[in-house]
Design a protein around this ligand. Structure first.
Ligand SMILES: Cc1ncc(COP(=O)(O)O)c(C=O)c1O
Length: 387
């Protein structure tokens, strides 16, 4: 293949291959148990897969409406009203997206102008800052304090300037497993009150909150709901990260802007999966029982590691467990994660990868994904307790 004949001034000069791809590749090369990337090693509900096939065979294979199949938007509106008490209009206030990633990206793209500032919290999910920078914005980073990963609201308030356009948050939080409280939401509302700041709330783990706590959605808080893009993903909820279907809810004025960008990026999302998800949502137990399902996995994983020298941090939500290896090794987390993948046979993610400056996030902590069959978790733990 001939080479491109000019120098490319990269729009994202600092972006390389993501740590998730690197670790998954390394795990495959070395036959390691892959607890790195966040995806289940079990299947979506069989009845849901049957509904996808049903809709394909029934001929639902052409474009759905730009904003998503109406039965799915209606089901999402009903769920959000029942769980969070806010009534979104499916016609104007809910859009189905190609996964959570596209929901987040498009929310940023439709709001951020060159020079605008966007406050993000680190450890930060890897798509946020590139999305901001591709749209000419500047990421302004607040740090969630180790080991609790709680927001420091005094510090956040100081980061707000007249150029702040968005605040992006993630609860339940990847990678830390922390969840924001009603008090956090009240603090956030206080900071944005009387400003033009909008909020992009990444709630892809909304149905994975443990120990009887409740998910504090921005949709639950009327003041925040009035300025938020509430983003989520079926990938996490139905054990089908590869289907790439997500959704966003926002007040009509924000959603009108979102759809202008959405229609020229993906336009819409595949029809049969949307219709199948709408059918599946008719029985709320599918998503309401997810927290118990994953809490059992969390407890299984933690119990199996109790005899190890890893120190387990609290996990209040998501399907990630953080563990400090400070009692085992002095190596930095990226070196150790690679070595354990090769030599121990268990792949994890170094948490420093979620920091703009990995040296700042060097707390000797690894992230393990427990969205796996118990057999997979047991085999991994057997190896980890020997260390
Ligand atoms: C915090 C967070 N946001 C967004 C996403 C992306 O969701 P999706 O796979 O639906 O694009 C993920 C996936 O891992 C995530 O962990």
């Amino acid at each position: 293949m001939p080479r491109f004949p000019a120098a490319i001034e990269s729009r994202l000069p600092d972006v390389g291959t993501t740590i998730f791809t690197v670790m998954s590749r390394l795990a495959a090369e070395h036959g390691a148990i892959n607890l790195s990337q966040g995806f289940p090693d079990f299947s979506p509900p069989a009845a849901l897969v049957d509904r996808v096939t049903h809709h394909m065979r029934a001929g639902a294979n052409q474009y759905p409406p730009m904003a998503g199949a109406m039965p799915l938007r209606e089901a999402l509106a009903a769920k959000m009203a029942a769980l969070y008490g806010t009534q979104y209009d499916p016609e104007h206030e809910i859009t189905v997206t190609a996964g959570g990633t596209q929901a987040l990206y498009t929310a940023v793209a439709c709001m951020v102008r060159p020079g605008d500032e966007v406050i993000v919290f680190q450890p930060v999910y890897d798509s946020y800052i590139p999305a901001i920078e591709l749209n000419g914005g500047k990421a302004v980073v607040a740090t969630l304090q180790y080991p609790d990963y709680r927001p420091d609201w005094v510090a956040v308030r100081k980061l707000v300037t007249p150029r702040t356009r968005l605040i992006m948050l993630n609860t339940p939080h990847n990678p830390s497993g922390s969840v924001w409280t009603a008090e956090d939401m009240a603090q956030l509302a206080d900071i944005v009150r009387d400003t033009r700041i909008a909020i992009v709330s990444d709630e892809v783990y909304e149905h994975m909150v443990y120990d009887g706590a409740r998910h504090e959605s921005c949709a639950r808080h009327p003041e925040l709901a009035s300025r938020s893009f509430v983003c989520s993903s079926f990938g996490k909820t139905v054990h089908a990260t590869g289907w790439k279907v997500g959704h966003v809810a926002a007040p009509r004025e924000l959603m009108a802007e979102f759809r202008k960008a959405h229609q020229f990026t993906v336009f819409t999302v595949n029809t049969p999966v949307q219709l199948a998800l709408a059918d599946w949502m008719q029985d709320p137990s599918g998503y309401l029982e997810l927290a118990d399902f994953y809490q059992r996995k969390r407890d299984f994983f933690r119990d199996a590691l109790a005899a190890s020298r890893l120190q387990l941090l609290p996990c209040r939500g998501t399907y990630f467990q953080l563990a400090s290896y400070a009692a085992i090794s002095d190596e930095d987390d990226a070196t150790l994660a690679r070595r354990w993948t090769q030599e121990v046979g268990v792949a994890s993610i170094p948490v420093s990868a979620f920091y703009t400056d990995p040296a700042q996030g060097q707390h000797k902590v690894l992230r393990f994904c427990f969205a796996k069959n118990e057999d997979t978790l047991a085999r991994a733990c057997e190896k980890l307790v020997r260390l």
